[in-house]
Design a protein around this ligand. Structure first.
Ligand SMILES: *Cc1c(COP(=O)(O)O)cnc(C)c1O
Length: 374
């Protein structure tokens, strides 16, 4: 304790939805490893998806080693010292600017790696600026103006594809708007290209997502651009609601002025659920309702010294006691991949709940992991 428990049955449900989208549309779907990198379940994922995408050399190596299929990579800028090794493990590479493409595109070609350019359609749909790659002054993707300014002074770009990524936890309406903006701004560059990558942020596996509409949108795009391969690279949607973070109550303080007791857990927002503080949001807790309205209300906080290491206030139908387990839901994504050992707090175990109900511990951590990082 604490431990993440990944639920294979929930993961499989997501994967089957994603596979149905590729079966109907011919689009290839990649796992964006930055959201979820649990190699224990990569064999299951690989039976449903076409491969992985990476944000770095390490993620690319990890995808190649444990997942297989296609290995794509995008980074805002690549480090020259890593390029040789990177080109040995990926088959698609997406450059963030015409300048990066000019630096490394020929080397990619020479190694049989398909080069592409990330563009910025300048259609802002994300709810907050932190998750909006189209925000003013964004460093992510080349705007049409940047492409034109470069093209006026340089030979034609040698690329196979274009990539855009503008969504965050979003549905079909936002994708429609982004795709329309992309085609309006960059449609003239598409003839002669082989692929377009629609990025991530598609909440395809969320209840109520318009799967029918998505299939229609992709098929329509492919009819307008015959022969064009379409990629989607969701992270969240792959492991949405497919895991919990189980923690234990270490200490319950007497109720404060507001009638709410602080309960100190062995799990930390700062260390184990950083998105709770970064987004911010209040995660669901199994068996509790959010807020202090109920009879037994607790403000959950982590074991660190950070005053702001608070997860949220929850009401329970019965009193909690020390030693009880508290399970935070939807913790497979953007959790294990962001863990840290701030304050010397140990990393949670990682376990897999198999479809037959057995729970296998996949990873445990200890002092050596902390000492090796600081
Ligand atoms: C973050 C990211 C993804 C995955 O996004 P999700 O919101 O987890 O689906 C895909 N592609 C790129 C370029 C990203 O930056």
């Amino acid at each position: 304790m604490p431990r993440y428990v990944i639920d294979e049955a929930a993961l499989r449900r997501n994967l089957e939805i994603l596979k149905s989208v590729s079966d109907r549309t011919g689009a290839k779907i990649l796992l964006a490893q930055k959201a979820f990198s649990c190699a224990a379940v990569y064999p299951l994922c690989a039976r449903h998806l076409a491969g992985t995408t990476a944000s770095s050399l390490f993620e690319a190596k990890h995808g190649r080693e444990f997942f297989g299929g296609e290995t794509h990579v995008f980074a805002p800028a690549f480090a020259p010292g890593e390029m040789d090794e990177l080109l040995g493990v990926v088959d698609h590479i997406v450059f963030n600017s015409p300048r990066q493409l000019a630096l490394y595109g020929a080397a990619a070609r020479a190694r049989g790696v398909s080069p592409g350019l990330r563009v910025n359609p300048e259609v802002s749909v994300a709810a907050t600026p932190a998750y909006d790659p189209c925000r003013p002054g964004s460093r992510l993707g080349a705007t049409r103006a940047a492409v034109d300014a470069w093209s006026a002074r340089h030979p034609a770009m040698d690329i196979d594809g274009l990539h855009f990524h503008c969504l965050c936890e979003q549905g079909l309406d936002e994708l429609r708007r982004v795709l329309a903006g992309f085609e309006a701004k960059f449609g003239d560059m598409l003839p002669g290209l082989r692929w377009v990558n629609f990025g991530g942020g598609h909440h395809i596996t969320r209840a109520g997502y318009d799967l029918e509409g998505l299939a229609g949108l992709i098929l329509g795009f492919r009819r307008r651009h015959p022969g064009m391969e379409v990629y989607l690279e969701p992270g969240e949607a792959v492991a949405l609601d497919a895991g919990t973070l189980e923690s234990r109550v270490l200490e319950i303080q007497p109720p404060g002025e507001d009638g709410v007791s602080n309960a100190i857990l062995d799990a930390s927002a700062a260390c184990h659920m950083p998105d709770v503080l970064e987004m911010p949001y209040t995660p669901r807790v199994t068996g509790a309702s959010p807020g202090a309205a109920g009879p037994f209300a607790y403000r959950f906080g982590g074991p660190t010294c950070l005053a702001g290491d608070e997860i949220g206030t929850y009401s329970f139908p019965a009193p909690l006691k020390e030693g009880d387990t508290v399970a935070f839901e939807d913790m497979a994504i953007y959790s294990m991949v962001k863990n840290n050992t701030f304050n010397g707090v140990n990393l949670p175990d990682i376990a897999i709940r198999r479809e037959d109900g057995t729970v296998d511990t996949w990873r445990t951590f200890g002092y050596a992991d902390f000492a090796a990082r600081v």
